[in-house]
Design a protein around this ligand. Structure first.
Ligand code: MEV
Length: 300
């Protein structure tokens, strides 16, 4: 059995594509994979996925890309998925990393981190076009992570962010997720056409840097401020929706210190930061959200 965690982005989505830092947290839930000798086949009953590497499906193509990048033989892999697919919680990255680890485990040959990262990247490219690598870096390592994408073929910069105490989060899926590649492409177009969008990208980077410093000194109020402001900038770059804005407002009205969309936007999830019991926030989100997770995030 091999596990890889889902992720939630606290700040920095989209700006990370342009070299700004992102702050992400590994969730306690993710994808568990079991590999057995047999034909190259990947099943995830929770997502109604059952593919082969050659069947022409997108998941099949991602599986094929992963297999090609791995120095271990293919096999039959069954996934137990506890994060929703395509909701911005890093499900495809967790799938790739858990699958690679399960295949390596079956082959009795552990994978070097760089090989695992590159294999994850090959699989993520099939889903997301030009991924930053953030999702599968977090799927590999968990914890609270500062991530800056690789420049000019180099390595990404991933650092664990030390917290004085665990963060209390609620993650909720407000709407079906949108296609990450299409959302990233939309921001790229608007960034060229609209100076407000162009200016918002480095502004998100500044907020993320301030939020990381706040998290490290245990200043939850300043972290919350940065997250709330980040949601405004994500609205400005055109990736929020009425359903996401509504869930954000309901979480704040129910007492969350901060709430923002998380991930690519266009649908998918919000993340709320709490400084007390979560019952009121969970109750406020449950009627309209398909997945509500009460999560504590500590250090790796
Ligand atoms: C998706 O979780 C985060 C984005 O910034 C895309 C990426 O980093 O690859 C929208």
């Amino acid at each position: 059995m091999a596990f890889a965690c889902g992720k939630v982005l606290l700040l920095g989505e989209h700006a990370v594509v342009y070299g700004e830092p992102a702050l992400a947290a590994g969730l306690s839930v993710g994808v568990t994979a079991n590999a057995t000798p047999g034909p190259a086949r990947l099943s995830a009953p929770a997502w109604s996925v059952d593919v082969t590497a050659a069947d022409g499906s997108r998941v099949g193509a991602a599986f094929a890309a992963l297999l090609e990048a791995l120095p271990v033989p293919a096999a039959t892999v069954i996934l137990d998925a506890a994060v929703p697919a395509g909701a911005g919680l890093g499900s495809s990255a967790a799938m790739a990393i858990a699958t690679a680890r399960a295949l390596a485990e079956l082959a009795g040959s552990p994978l070097d981190d760089d090989v695992l990262f590159e294999a994850g990247m090959a699989s993520e490219r099939v889903f997301h076009g030009t991924p930053s690598g953030l999702d599968h870096a977090v799927a590999m390592h968990g914890g609270l992570t500062r991530f800056v994408r690789a420049k000019n073929g180099g390595r990404p910069d991933r650092t664990a962010v030390a917290l004085p105490s665990a963060l209390h989060l609620v993650v909720a899926q407000a709407a079906p997720g949108a296609d990450t590649g299409a959302m990233v492409a939309g921001v790229a177009e608007r960034r060229v056409a609209d100076p407000v969008v162009a200016r918002s990208i480095p502004a998100i980077g500044d907020l993320t840097r301030a939020a990381m410093a706040a998290a490290e000194r245990g200043d939850i109020a300043a972290l919350a401020d940065a997250m709330n402001h980040n949601h405004v900038l994500l609205q400005r770059i055109g990736v929020s929706t009425a359903a996401l804005d509504d869930a954000v407002q309901r979480a704040r009205d129910a007492g969350a210190l901060a709430a923002k969309l998380t991930g690519a936007g266009g649908g998918g999830c919000i993340v709320a930061l709490l400084d007390g019991p979560s019952d009121a926030v969970v109750d406020a989100l449950t009627p309209t959200c398909q997945f509500v997770l009460d999560a504590h995030v500590g250090t790796p």
